[in-house]
Design a protein around this ligand. Sequence first.
Ligand code: PEP
Ligand code: MN
Length: 264
Amino acid sequence: LAGKSFNDSRSRIKIGEDVVIGGKEVVMMAGPCAVESEQQIINTARAVKKAGAKILRGGAFKPRTSPYSFQGLHEKGLKYLKKAAEETGLKVITEVMDPRDVELVARYADIFQIGARNMQNFFLLKEVGKTDKPVMLKRGMNATYKEFLMAAEYIMSEGNHDVILCERGIRTFETYTRNTLDLVSVPVLNKLSHLPVVIDPSHGTGQWDLVGPAARGAVAIGADGLIIEVHPEPINALSDGQQSLKFDKFEELVDDLKKIARAI
Ligand code: PEP
Ligand code: MN
């Protein structure tokens, strides 16, 4: 179902009435790694909306490497996120980590995010596959393209065909950057599949000053969208501050990306 042989044209995934992923426009998703407070998410929502984002990101359930790190605000975070999105006219993308939370997250999200660590959590994939909400599936940090597309197949085989693929960097021998962002995944996945491809330059690089160059490359190579971490005060962020952009940097970047999208 995810393969080119099933659908020879590109899938366009509608998010509500007016946002399309896989259309002509490069869709910007932005927001903090984690929802930390009502004030933090509403301020970020206003800033990213003004810059041109269509979708607000923010984790309420965080897959942290250490169990002692901030795990997210859970339902309270989902409430703040939805409220901020409604006030600004943005759509919501947020991660669901547990099949038992799919119903809860569905009440607040417009798009489910499946994190890299859960790319092969087959029960979770099937559970979101039973819903009618779009799913953004992040590539596992050591998944091949075929494994990635088979994970999408798990979702689609349950009836939900609205899957967006997201490249967020893979593990290689290189340790200078957090991950190695595989930009060539865009043309490769376009060759193998009809599903839209989004690039995450934040997790892909792990360093805020590399996010812009990676994002520009992603647009130039044909990504259907970008998901970027933005925080009012990256230095005080409870997660992923080092790779988060301040409001003004994000705005500058979006202006830059518009030029590239137009030039090509
Ligand atoms: C995230 O988007 O904050 C996240 C945890 O991403 P990934 O699953 O790609 O690590
Ligand atoms: Mn993050």
